[in-house]
Design a protein around this ligand. Structure first.
Ligand code: MRU
Length: 333
């Protein structure tokens, strides 16, 4: 299943807002439609957002009518600013567009350089994922009952996924794992996407509402928790989908290892600790309606942070393509 594809004249995305009922691809023919797709989560997940940003710049380069290097670069700068304005938390988006812009700026042919660099961002994501899942799978045992949150699978990356890639690789090695997937309110990435990927991989999965996590830890033998990440600070504090923080505290209270799986492209050398990470706040509409039915009175306030930060002290290990890091976290950056 391909999540994001760069074609000659467009970027093709698997529209994740329609899953699991409809498997449809959308074509983004300009940067604005790709930016809209990012903001509405047709494409989502930190590594996939990095690739989307890189492909967005490739699209801008391919469509630029600029005559000469300076005009092409100016079109790329505008596209870069638009892409960076879409979602603030996943650092992969910012790192990837910087990689592509740096390559374009350093070249006599910014058009070709941007397209080549964007393809490399995609290929590196695939190879980082492959290494990460092998390293992570070693931490999992036959019979493990695994709890995960949001979706950190193929849909969120260019490979089999970070957290879900580890689970899939452990299963491929013959370990029998069963998975609990938090539904992940308000946009239901766990219910719609993680369960879809687990069913596709033939791994037994049970969907629970977010508030049931404590119950299944206590009563259903959860032996490991594994999640992805949107941005990891240098001290190990980790931003991930809202609800991850509470899950980490629950895991600690039940003496269950809590792992984060993410490629090193998710580590932000500019964030010393979680306090430096910008959290995205989304519209109240995502919470006050359920299946288009109003469930919150108009007069009530609604708060909708899309991510929270789990302090490093609650994280048992951070699984990357370079190995597993343990506290005190030092990523060598
Ligand atoms: O709002 P989303 O769906 O983009 O949030 C995604 C997550 O929080 C994922 O857990 C994270 O990006 C890791 S994906 C490998």
């Amino acid at each position: 299943m391909e999540t994001i594809i760069l074609k000659e004249d467009c970027v093709v995305l698997l529209d994740q807002t329609l899953l699991p009922e409809r498997l449809e691809y959308v074509e983004c023919r300009d940067v604005e439609s790709l930016a809209e797709a990012i903001m509405s989560l047709r494409v989502r997940g930190a590594p996939a957002l990095g690739v989307a940003g890189a492909f967005g710049l490739a699209l801008a380069a391919m469509h630029s009518k600029g005559v000469g290097r300076r005009e092409v670069l100016s079109d790329l700068e505008a596209a870069c600013a638009r892409l960076k304005s879409t979602r603030p938390t996943a650092v992969n988006l910012f790192t990837a567009v910087k990689v592509v812009m740096d390559a374009a700026r350093a070249s006599d042919d910014p058009r070709a350089a941007a397209v080549d660099a964007a393809k490399r961002v995609f290929e590196e994501d695939v190879s980082m994922n492959k290494r990460l899942e092998k390293i992570g799978a070693e931490l999992f045992d036959d019979g493990d009952v695994v709890l995960t949150h949001c979706n950190a699978g193929s849909l969120a990356t260019s490979g089999r996924g970070s957290a879900l890639g580890v689970i899939k690789e452990a299963a491929r090695q013959g370990k029998n794992l069963t998975v609990f997937a938090d539904e992940t309110r308000p946009l239901l990435q766990g219910a719609r996407l993680t369960s879809f990927e687990m069913v596709d991989a033939k791994i037994p999965v049970t969907v629970i509402t977010d508030s049931m996590a404590g119950f299944v830890m206590k009563n259903r033998g959860v032996s490991k928790v594994i999640v992805g990440a949107d941005r990891i600070a240098l001290n190990g504090d980790t931003a991930n989908k809202i609800g991850t923080y509470g899950l980490a505290i629950l895991a600690k209270a039940h003496d269950i290892p809590f792992y984060v799986a993410a490629p090193t492209s998710t580590i932000d050398s500019q964030s010393r600790s979680g306090g430096d990470i910008e959290i995205e706040f989304r519209s109240r509409g995502e919470i006050e309606f359920f299946n288009n039915v109003r469930i919150v009175p108009r007069e009530a306030d609604v708060l909708n942070p899309a991510f929270d930060v789990t302090p490093a002290e609650f994280i048992s290990g951070i699984i990357t393509e370079k190995g597993v890091f343990y506290a005190p976290f030092d990523f060598g950056l």
